[in-house]
Ligand binder design. Structure first.
Ligand code: FAD
Length: 512
């Protein structure tokens, strides 16, 4: 396509952005340091309009899930996006901005990656092919690793979008094709061998991996990223048919199949997974969805009482019932579950049950590492387990960069970020992990984002209208802001994200 004038220069001031359409292609115009540039207009993660994001210097934060791009060249800086923005030729003449699109413009492109080269004999294995494992493998190639690279995972499916399982996939909105992080040919092109196998043991001192078939292999470098597994309830009937937990695509398929002809579902646990499942089962058309949980207000401990009550009200408006302040005493049934008896004596009829009561890190197979009481692997700021062995994701217990406290964070984006850091450090970067935690949830069509890690806050300052799901709430501890929660105010979350990125925990005055 020839050059086309698309906007007047004055329409894009310094630090400004605008989405325009050229032919049938959405283009983002943005100006930093006086220079105008043109990129694919949508986030490669879930298609968010980037013009509605936040520009902080040359960092552009996606308005939906905080992916970050460098608007000087379109490079990907932070997940959950995995690709860079396509940059289109663009310039200015006679106070007009022109753009020149290729014949078939693609909105994004994969990061440049190395592939295996003769003479490079090093062998690296990534154990666990979820978020952290996938990100580590991609980052190793992105950083130029040209040796042999194997991504080992127990699931037959190639790495997929796990957060979607309890959201659009379970509600029936997302077809299975949405789930893979990359198409099958990606692994060939990036020279990443995908090995579907269960690892029985990992010896971190010798860097040896023993497989289920009895064979073992020694590597020059290892990244451990085996994630977590759902806890089960220790009550009678917990192993009856149609009592499910949700971690894998197979689990989600089983729940969706059971939901086909179910009228009554009981969800045990009012955590993010439990509440997302309740929302998705209602969206699927199940008449009676009941949540049972010991807390009186869902999310109060994590997000504060006011936000917790607002989320509870949102669910009630959408027909979800609650039995709070109680627990499950037993499940009864025959070939499958038929009822749930609660500690307060109530009995709920059930065609299916989903238990979402937390997870345990999968580290039983790891030998020779410093395993914490909760099952996480204690590591230093570099995510180092032992010489040539790093870890990432749900199993990593690492020092919080802002407080120094030992933390383990079960977030998708953190797993991706840590996979990247572990990969770079395995190649010798010696970086301390210092990335801002971000988490999101989607319930009854409302997205709530959380930035920071605010365990044990002592005050909450709220702006906006939580009951209308239009608010930002700051979580404070000892006069410092540790976290921010928002619905409908992505700009405030992005601003807080960038404050944390730049420095220390901000003082309480930013929450005024
Ligand atoms: P995983 O993604 O679990 O990957 C670990 C992989 O290792 C698995 O594929 C597993 O099969 C494999 N593995 C384990 N043991 C072995 C073995 N012995 N041998 C071989 N392979 C092995 N986070 C958010 O931030 N936002 C959300 O909205 C959100 N929603 C979620 C919804 C659901 C239903 C679930 C389950 C989680 C959600 N999370 C969300 C959390 C997020 O998915 C996790 O924090 C993230 O997946 C952790 O990544 P990981 O790589 O550490 O573990």
């Amino acid at each position: 396509m020839a050059r086309r004038n698309v906007a007047r220069s004055t329409e894009i001031p310094n630090g400004g952005m605008k989405q325009i359409t050229v032919g049938s292609t959405d283009v983002l115009l943005v100006r930093v340091d006086g220079r105008v540039a043109a990129y694919g207009a949508h986030c490669p993660h879930y298609g968010a309009p980037l013009a509605e994001g936040t520009l902080e210097g040359s960092r552009l934060l996606c308005p939906w899930h905080q992916a970050v791009f460098d608007v000087r060249d379109g490079d990907l800086l932070e997940p959950p996006a995995l690709d860079c923005l396509a940059a289109y030729p663009c310039g200015e003449a006679d106070d007009q901005i022109w753009v020149e699109l290729p014949a078939d413009p693609s909105p994004s492109h994969r990061p440049r990656m190395a592939s295996r080269q003769p003479g490079e004999d090093r062998k690296i294995a990534v154990v666990g092919a979820g978020a952290a494992g996938f990100a580590a493998a991609q980052e190793l190639r992105r950083a130029g690793f040209a040796g042999s690279l194997v991504l080992i995972g127990a699931e037959a499916d190639a790495p997929y979008d796990r957060p979607n399982l309890s959201k659009a996939y379970l509600s029936g909105e997302a077809p299975p094709e949405w789930l893979p992080l990359r198409p099958p040919e990606f692994y060939d092109e990036a020279d990443i061998e995908r090995r579907v196998a269960r690892v029985e043991a990992v010896g971190v001192t010798e860097r040896t991996v023993r497989f289920g078939d009895g064979t073992s292999e020694t590597y020059d470098g290892l990244i451990l990223a085996t994630g977590a597994e759902p806890r089960r309830l220790d009550v009678p009937g917990a192993d009856l048919g149609s009592v499910f937990t949700l971690r894998s695509l197979r689990d989600a398929e089983r729940i969706a199949a059971a939901a086909e002809d179910a009228q009554r579902a009981v969800v045990v646990g009012a955590s993010f997974i439990g509440m997302e499942v309740a929302s998705s089962l209602r969206e699927r058309g199940i008449d009676q969805v009941t949540v049972v949980a010991p807390e009186e207000i869902p999310f109060a401990r994590l997000l504060g009482e006011v936000v917790g009550r607002a989320v509870l009200a949102l669910h009630e408006q959408h027909g979800v019932s609650f039995h709070l302040g109680t627990t499950v005493e037993r499940f009864d049934g025959d070939d499958r579950v038929r009822s749930v008896t609660l500690a307060d004596g109530k009995r709920l009829e059930a065609d299916l049950v989903v238990v979402g009561v937390g997870v345990t890190p999968r580290t039983r197979m790891v030998e020779g590492a410093d395993i914490a009481q909760d099952g996480g692997i204690n590591v230093d700021a570099r995510l180092l387990v032992a010489d040539g062995v790093y870890t990432a994701g749900d199993i990593a217990r690492f020092p919080d960069p802002w407080t120094g406290a030992s933390v383990r964070i079960e977030h998708w984006r953190v797993a991706l970020q840590q996979g990247q850091t572990a990969a770079r450090n395995l190649l010798g970067a010696e970086r301390s992990y210092r990335r801002v935690p971000f988490f999101w949830t989607r319930q009854h069509g409302t997205s709530i984002g959380v930035v920071g890690h605010a365990a044990g806050f002592d005050a909450v300052r709220i702006h906006g209208r939580p009951q209308e799901m239009d608010f930002v709430a700051y979580l404070l501890s000892n006069g410092r802001v540790h976290g921010a929660v928002a619905a409908g105010r992505g700009d405030r979350l992005a601003a807080f994200h960038e404050m944390l990125q730049r420095g220390d925990l901000p003082s309480a005055s930013i929450a005024d």
